[in-house]
Design a protein around this ligand. Structure first.
Ligand code: SF4
Ligand code: SF4
Length: 182
């Protein structure tokens, strides 16, 4: 059950995320177990506190929401069943919907290139995905050495491989889209 709230942001995130952000008592277990805290600008337990305080703009501009790897360690550890991984999902979607510049646009660009490849081919075609990502980020020189090494080791194929079940994968995307817009 979602508790009564003082801030619209509390209510919204709790409702969409189907979790009660007011149940958090700041024990910090989530942050203690999170593998990406060294790179975050706001720690996971602080995310929840800032939601409680209604600090929407600061949260939606943060790098943290894009660095979260959705590993669900925080969710599994929380003694109060706060689904922090889901909360991060909600904040990411809110940031995209806001139309404002994102705290770290590279991650959504990567997600978009990754999903576009899966939607189209049913699996990743690495060269196409990297090309789309690089066109968006304009970081053409970055990772060249890594790319060459991957190519030499056969990790980057020149031609994409075919898979069965592409129709089923397209259906999954359609269903997911209906879930978001429906
Ligand atoms: S583990 Fe749960 S209760 Fe503890 S700080 Fe994190 S979200 Fe709050
Ligand atoms: S789901 Fe995100 S915030 Fe939670 S532990 Fe994993 S990376 Fe950290």
């Amino acid at each position: 059950m979602v508790a009564e709230t003082n801030h619209p942001l509390d209510a919204l995130v709790s409702k969409i995320g189907k979790t009660d952000v007011l149940a958090c008592y700041q024990c910090k277990k989530c942050s203690a177990g999170c593998p990406v805290t060294p790179d975050m600008d706001i720690l996971p337990h602080q995310v929840i506190r800032m939601i409680q305080f209604g600090m929407k703009e600061r949260l939606l501009n943060s790098k943290t929401i894009w660095l979260c790897a959705s590993c669900e360690t925080c969710t599994a550890r929380c003694p109060n069943d706060v689904d922090l991984a889901k909360v991060m999902d909600v904040l990411r979607q809110m940031a995209i919907n806001s139309g404002e510049p994102l705290g770290d646009s590279r991650v959504p660009f990567f997600h978009s290139a990754f999903l576009s490849s899966i939607r189209k081919r049913g699996r990743i075609y690495e060269l196409e995905m990297i090309a789309k990502y690089k066109l968006k980020t304009r970081e053409f020189k970055k990772d060249i050495k890594l790319g060459i090494m991957m190519f030499l080791r056969g990790k980057l194929k020149l031609v994409s491989s075919k898979i069965k079940g592409k129709k089923e994968i397209k259906d999954i995307f359609s269903q997911a889209k209906k879930g978001v817009t429906g």
